[in-house]
Design a protein around this ligand. Structure first.
Ligand SMILES: Nc1ncnc2c1ncn2[C@@H]1O[C@H](COP(=O)(O)OP(=O)(O)OP(=O)(O)O)[C@@H](O)[C@H]1O
Length: 254
């Protein structure tokens, strides 16, 4: 961010699932504030495992993950909650409350800032309602303010999810296959929205299967294979053939 916030340092991180599967194998990464990082790799390479570790959706087995120089893997209670507010997560399936309005879904992005009582009853401040409208406007969805989420297309739902994530004023936005279920036109809209967040100063880290999209949006591309970091280059050094190796076993499955 302009203020230097939004750095991610991953130091020798491994994640072994309880069943023994190695999700991440000694990963080291230093992501700077304001980068747009795309992580590519085959299905099962460890992309989701990595994003979930950064956001502390699950614990790692070894190593440390520093967000703004504070190790999130060791944070607890209030400090952890505060740290998590600085990280927004965008999911493939949007994770909206389908029966609630667009506005209510976007305001849910502020829930971490309210008491349970106030958020349960939707007692959001005028300021937050204005902020919700502003963020919906940013993704061209303001006219859907009162629409129920389940009446929107997939692409529109993802844009609402992006507006919701902006309510946190995060330093870092993590997106796990955000366009996997979208058509090409809405894919572009959603990727442009992420680009917009990056232009506003947020560090963006996106998991994608498409090398073409990675090339179009990333400032840096990272490749994972079987839990290992096998590729890490700034966009101006990237050659499309570099990925032949990362996708070597892909056949037609991707
Ligand atoms: N909860 C879990 N328990 C056990 N193993 C898991 C679990 N989640 C993921 N794995 C395994 O960890 C490895 C990495 O999976 P991960 O989902 O991170 O890959 P990915 O690169 O995100 O793949 P995809 O593109 O399919 O989402 C895979 O071998 C996967 O089967």
């Amino acid at each position: 961010m302009g203020n230097g916030l939004g750095t991610i340092k991953i130091n020798d991180v491994s994640k072994i699932y309880p069943n023994g599967t190695v999700g991440l194998d000694h990963i080291n990464l230093d992501i700077k504030s304001g980068e747009f990082v795309v992580i590519v790799g085959l299905s099962g390479a460890g992309k989701s495992t990595l994003l979930r570790a950064i956001n502390r959706l699950h614990d790692i087995s070894e190593g440390e993950i520093l967000l703004d120089d504070v190790d999130i893997t060791k944070s607890k209670g209030k400090a952890l909650r505060q740290q998590k507010r600085n990280i927004a997560m965008i999911f493939q399936n949007f994770n909206l409350v389908k029966r609630a309005t667009v506005a209510r879904n976007v305001l849910a992005g502020r829930v971490g800032y309210y008491s349970t009582f106030r958020s349960t009853f939707g007692l959001f401040s005028k300021e937050d309602k204005e902020k919700a409208a502003m963020n919906l406007d940013r993704v061209n969805m303001l006219d859907k303010y009162y629409t129920r989420a389940d009446e929107l297309s997939g692409g529109q739902q993802q844009r609402v999810a992006i507006a919701r994530s902006m309510m946190q004023s995060p330093h870092v936005v993590l997106a796990d296959e955000p366009i996997a279920s979208l058509d090409p036109k809405t894919t572009k809209m959603v990727m442009d929205d992420l680009q917009h967040l990056n232009d506003m100063g947020m560090t963006v880290v996106v998991n994608l299967h498409s090398v073409e999209l990675a090339m179009a949006y990333a400032t840096r591309i990272i490749g994972l294979r079987a839990g290992k970091l096998v590729y890490d280059k700034p966009i101006d050094q990237v050659n499309e053939h570099d990925f032949d190796d990362i996708y070597a076993e892909s056949g037609d499955e991707e």
